[in-house]
Ligand binder design. Structure first.
Ligand code: GDP
Length: 363
């Protein structure tokens, strides 16, 4: 599965948010929720479209899709130098696909701050510096190896060496690699380095209970920084989310309505995590189940079918496709067919978010 690692300094609210995320998933009886590991949780991706489809199809069950969140605790200043089990935690970050960076934006004298005061930009900088230093270490090793080979005069190796040098310089300046301009030829070189600062990032501003509108200057600072990086920010109050996660469906709706909110912060976080990972959803809608399936943006029909079963991919013939809007507007498959809104698509079809798919395949 695809996963987001939750990182941040100690006492910023990571575990509170992680626990709320995973217990919110556990409440749903029709999905085989499980916690693989105390620090890894499978979380349902909320999607109203499933309910709309189910109203038309009346299936026996509804199955949302999921993503994984990993609670990566223990990142502290000096981690890249081995401080506080540092390298172990950096290793955990290496294994995730995207980073959810939790930033403390709440003042609370009862909750100790590791650096003595609440200062979101300083905190972000501490984490980014540790990740950049760890990356610098990896690139430097590579650079030194390639630099020796480059003496042979091989043009390609020389170019590689130049590239690693450029990556090094950026990291030395504390710049995340994801902001580096990289050519198509260089892209694979970068990918092979598995750098931490190459992963997409989303910021979570964890605010106080009475500051959900995110009007606090702390939040403004985080938003400003994120905007300069082209990153997104979710404003959440971890404590309130923990309470919401305890409620069942109807209670949750009532609670949110009471607070004037359309959806919980966690639901927003999950959706933004999903987008951060570059994932989209297609649906299957039958009497037995209405179900959401996850694919990376740009996936073609046979590979999308392979998510259901490898035989679907191997024996792929065609896909019957109805766009979600058309399916709803036409009142279901029969109506869509009548109106000529069902398309037959082949191997080269790039599946779109919301497509309602039916695969034809040879066994
Ligand atoms: P972690 O070390 O980043 O995992 O942080 P925790 O989730 O363990 O939270 C550290 C402390 O901050 C705990 O006492 C939490 O109850 C508290 N905390 C977390 N979120 C909030 C919040 O939104 N508001 C307030 N006031 N305290 C919070």
């Amino acid at each position: 599965g695809f996963n987001c690692g939750i990182v941040g300094l100690p006492n910023v609210g990571k575990s509170t948010i992680f626990n709320a995320l995973t217990s919110a998933g556990a409440e749903s009886a029709n999905y085989p929720f499980c916690t693989i590991d105390p620090n890894v949780g499978i979380v349902q991706v909320p999607d109203e479209r499933l309910d709309r489809l189910a109203e038309i199809v009346h299936p026996e069950r509804i199955l949302p899709t999921t993503i994984e969140f990993v609670d990566i605790a223990g990142l502290v200043k000096g981690a890249s130098q081995g401080e506080g089990l540092g390298n172990q935690f950096l290793g955990h970050i290496r294994s995730v696909d995207a980073i959810v960076h939790v930033v403390r934006c709440f003042d609370d004298e009862n909750v100790v701050h590791v650096s003595g005061s609440v200062d979101p930009l300083r905190d972000i900088d501490i984490i980014q510096t540790e990740l950049a230093l760890a990356d610098l270490d990896s690139v430097d090793k590579k650079y030194q190896r390639v630099e020796k080979q480059a003496k042979s005069g091989d043009k390609k190796i020389k170019q590689e060496c130049e590239f690693y040098g450029r990556v090094k310089t950026a990291l030395e300046q504390g710049k995340p690699v994801r902001h580096l301009e990289v050519s198509d030829e260089e892209r694979p070189l970068l990918r092979d380095l598995h750098l931490l600062t190459d992963k997409p990032v989303l910021y979570v501003a964890n605010v106080a209970e009475d500051d959900l509108e995110g009007a606090h200057p702390f939040v403004a600072k985080v938003k400003e920084l994120a905007a300069s990086e082209g990153a997104r920010v979710v404003v959440i109050c971890g404590r309130i989310e923990a309470e919401i996660a305890e409620l069942d469906g109807d209670e949750k709706k009532a609670f949110l309505a009471d607070m004037g909110l359309a959806e919980s912060g966690l639901d927003r976080l999950i959706r933004m995590g999903y987008e951060l990972l570059g994932l989209i959803t297609y649906f299957t809608a039958g009497k037995k189940e209405v179900r959401a399936w996850t694919i990376p943006l740009g996936t073609k029909a046979p590979q999308a079918a392979g998510v259901i079963h490898s035989d679907f991919e191997k024996g792929f013939i065609r896909a019957e496709v109805i766009a979600y809007r058309d399916f709803i507007a036409a009142g279901g498959e029969a109506g869509a067919k009548e109106k000529g809104l069902m398309r037959l698509e082949g191997k080269e079809y790039v599946v779109q978010d919301g497509d309602v798919m039916h695969f034809r395949f040879n066994v």
